[in-house]
Design a protein around this ligand. Sequence first.
Ligand SMILES: *Cc1c(COP(=O)(O)O)cnc(C)c1O
Length: 398
Amino acid sequence: MQQFEAVNTAGRILLGPGPSGVHPRVLRAFSMPTIGHLDPEFLGIMNATKQMLQHVFGTANELTIPISGTGSAGMETALVNFIEPGDRVLICISGLFGQRMADVASRCGAQVDTIEVPWGQSVQPDQVEEALAEAEAKGGRVKLVGIVHAETSTGVLQPVAEVAKIAHAHGALIVVDAVTSLGGAPVDVDANDLDIVYSGTQKCLSCPPGLAPLTVGRRGLDVLRARSTKVQSWYLDLTMLMAYWGAERFYHHTAPVNMIYALHESLRLIVEEGLEARYARHRLHAEALKAGLEGMGLALFAQEGFRAPMLTTVTVPEGIDEVAARKRLLAQYGIEIGGGLGPLKGKIFRIGLMGYSCTKTNVMLILTGLAEALAAQGFNADGRAALEAAAVVYEASA
Ligand SMILES: *Cc1c(COP(=O)(O)O)cnc(C)c1O
């Protein structure tokens, strides 16, 4: 067998749609010695992690745990446990992750109704009201409404609290994808009366990818208990996971011990900073970035009034090779940003300012780097105006 080199990456400045930069304290926690998943010391770490997750989600829900797997495992858990074959669900689609939700729901055997809006726009609460009323008029009760909070494929933040009210008025559960929003914008599960919410560790929680925090409220638990069929997924069956994370500590699967150390430390950092301060930081740098991009002569892509703070989308100017521009940013500056997905391939850049990556230094750096990468292709990008526009935002906040 050939000998391979040890992994020795120099690291990157992660300003894409995730993963985001990871604080050195989180990496240090990750590298602590692995101990047994039923070791009393580890049980203490599990309990503390649960408590801090409840704080960040804004919930008193007892069932608040990290699912072993990335954000998509959270999505699958949030659907497979509450859908039984033949159930009718309504999924709001404004981008790739809404589409994925509809796909997962259909694999759970649901009859899937959808609301689809053009990518870059937000689903409106009226549309949800109409769709639910229409289903009822036809004699079909919708059991669950699914919606993505921050749609990472488009940079749109959707009005989940309003949609939750409408869902409840029609007797439906609300399932919210907060993979990108949690830790960067208020999710406020209890205040917004959200039933089932999941996230991922590598976006605004600024942890390596590998866990999917999830919380389930009373309505969700009632639906889970009333199931007449077994949950199709053994690994993601919450009835068994509850017993593992609960007082019984009933063995189900081996928790990814070191990933939980890392999540524990990233949550400690969030608690230290304070949620309000953290949201304010994400708002400030997002505003500076957006001002800078417009100052450069670029057009923001997401619908005004619905722009997510942690992920900014910007239209690629005519004639610019988007892939080449991103390659140049990576080669010249060590910066990673994202391109468009699906119908937006080649048409937008996606710039994330998430968690540890969300700093003034990174805002000024990406504005400089992007102006240079666009200028290299002959686009008249005004880098100086970009930095000035961002500086105005910072001065106003000082
Ligand atoms: C990243 C993301 C996911 C999927 O998470 P993975 O960790 O890639 O599995 C789901 N929903 C949204 C909104 C995301 O941004």
